[in-house]
Design a protein around this ligand. Structure first.
Ligand SMILES: C[S@@+](CC[C@H](N)C(=O)[O-])C[C@H]1O[C@@H](n2cnc3c(N)ncnc32)[C@H](O)[C@@H]1O
Length: 238
C-alpha cells in the first residue's frame, strides 16, 4: 500500500511513524508512506496556502487551487486503476472512523490523506477533490495530523504481514462469526504472571489447561463485557 499525506506540519509525523509496527511495516516494504508539505505547491514567495473567507468572518481557509495541484501530482497515474485509490479529507464533519472503515481501506492500493489546519477548507475541496471525508470523533482538534496518524496506524496494522494473523483474531470490533448474525464484540479479558497479586487472582479456568473450556469461557466473557460496556454493538443483533 502507498499512503501520501498532505499537511502543513510534516514534522509532526516524525516519531509516530518511525517506531513500532509502522516502522516495521515501512522497513519491510509493506507500506510506503510519503509526507508532503502543502506549501510545496504554493506559487508566491511567502508560500501562502490559505486566505480570508469570502463573506467575512474569523479564521483562514485552505485554498482549493493549492490542494488541487498537490493532489494532481500523485493522484492521477494511480487512481486510473479502477478506484484502488482514495482521496480522504480529515475533518470533524466527516463520517466517524471505525474498525469497519479501516477494514475497507486496507484493501486499497493508495490513500491520499489531506490534513487541514486553521478554520478549515474551501468547500470546493470537499465537493470536487475528495472521495471521502473522515472524522476521528465528535470533537475538534487543531489540525488533521493526529487524525491522519490514527487512520494510518489502524489501517497499516491490518495489512498482511504486519501482525501475526492470530493477533487480530479476537480483537475488539472485529467481526466474530460465532454469533448469528456475525457481530463485533469487545476482546475477552487477558491475564499474565503473577498468578496472585495482592490477593487478586487469575480466573482458575485459565490455569486449567483445558483449551476447549478456555475458549468457551473467553467467548462468554467477550459477549458479557460487550453487553456491559458497549451494548450498542449488539443492538438489534442478538
Ligand atoms: C480547527 S479544525 C477546523 C474545524 C472546522 N472549522 C469545523 O468546525 O468543522 C482544523 C482541521 O483539523 C482537522 N480536524 C479537527 N478535528 C478533527 C476530527 N475530529 N477528525 C478529523 N479531523 C479533524 C481537520 O483537518 C480540520 O480541517
Amino acid at each position: 500500500m502507498k499512503i501520501d499525506i498532505l499537511t502543513l506540519f510534516p514534522e509532526m509525523f516524525r516519531g509516530p511513524f518511525d517506531m513500532s509496527m509502522l516502522k516495521k511495516a515501512k522497513d519491510e516494504g509493506l507500506v510506503e508512506i510519503n509526507i508532503h508539505n502543502l506549501r510545496d505547491w504554493t506559487k508566491d514567495k511567502h508560500k501562502t496556502v490559505d486566505d480570508r473567507p469570502y463573506g467575512g468572518g474569523k479564521g483562514m481557509v485552505i485554498r482549493v487551487d493549492i490542494v488541487h495541484d498537490a493532489i494532481s501530482n500523485f493522484q492521477f497515474p494511480i487512481s486510473n486503476e479502477k478506484k484502488k485509490s482514495k482521496v480522504i479529507l480529515l475533518s470533524p464533519q466527516g463520517k466517524v472512523f471505525d474498525q469497519k472503515k479501516a477494514q475497507e481501506l486496507f484493501k486499497l492500493e493508495h490513500l491520499i490523506l489531506i490534513a487541514g489546519h486553521y478554520e478549515g477548507f474551501d468547500e470546493r475541496i470537499r465537493e470536487h477533490l475528495v472521495d471521502e471525508e473522515i472524522s476521528i470523533g465528535d470533537y475538534v482538534l487543531t489540525g488533521g495530523e493526529l487524525p491522519a496518524m490514527v487512520l494510518v496506524d489502524t489501517v497499516v496494522r491490518l495489512l498482511p504481514g504486519v501482525l501475526e494473523p492470530e493477533a487480530k483474531e479476537h480483537e475488539s470490533f472485529s467481526l466474530t462469526s460465532n454469533l448469528k448474525p456475525p457481530t463485533s464484540l469487545l476482546d475477552f479479558p487477558t491475564y499474565t504472571r503473577p498468578e496472585t497479586f495482592r490477593g487478586w487472582k487469575v480466573p482458575k479456568i485459565l490455569l486449567s489447561g483445558n483449551h476447549a473450556e478456555i475458549e468457551k469461557w473467553r467467548k462468554g466473557q467477550a459477549l458479557k463485557r460487550t453487553k456491559q460496556k458497549r451494548p450498542d454493538l449488539l443492538k438489534d443483533k442478538i
